[in-house]
Design a protein. Sequence first.
Length: 249
Amino acid sequence: MAIERLQKILSRVGVASRRKAEQMITEGRVAVNGKIAQLGAKADADRDHIKVDGKLLQIRSPRKFYFLVFKPRNMITSLTDPWGRPTIADLLRANKIRIRVFPVGRLDRDADGLLLLTNDGELANRVMHPRTHVQKVYRVKVMGHPQEKTLQRLRKGIRIERKSTTLPARVTLERKTEKCSWLCVMLTEGRHHQIKKMFERVQHPVLSIRRVALGPLRLGRLRPGDIRALTTTEIRRLRDAVELPATAR
């Protein structure tokens, strides 16, 4: 096998997402041929001895697993939490899933909805990479009643920080109550607290966020806490959406 970046190897064999693998390397948890690896290091998976947390990495093609989760509110999008708060790992245990998978992207603690779990590091990296522009659809409840000119500002892209302007978004008003509005928001990026910052900027604070779609995946009839495996068709469509070759399926 060709020489490739260490984080790509760790991601490909299902140790962690590429981003998390980079963090593990930075933390000094990865060694190659007895030496602590540095970020940017390369290795040959067939010849080099790679250890993670002192354990020799078994380089083989693991079976890929893909799960769709309805993440409840007040749950951390992580497998561990130093403060003991509920995590995705608790959901996996509750559903008796003992396969090593990790979350693709994040949902805020106070948000709920669709979350993808997998051990397919290459696909996870493609889904999260800004260049792929995978569509994410949210149902958002805000204070007040945004006017059409306000929605147009959000659709065109709005400055949420001094040097940060969002990409154009699809924003549709769905319904109103006396004090609140529900909107459908479609993004092709995933900045930190992006939706909250967008609506704060136009003076309509967010009350709740639910992700209902990620690329070709839909939340459907799942309820908070539910987990199901993706169908073969869903996996194929997701891989097509991030332009992974058919030979990798």
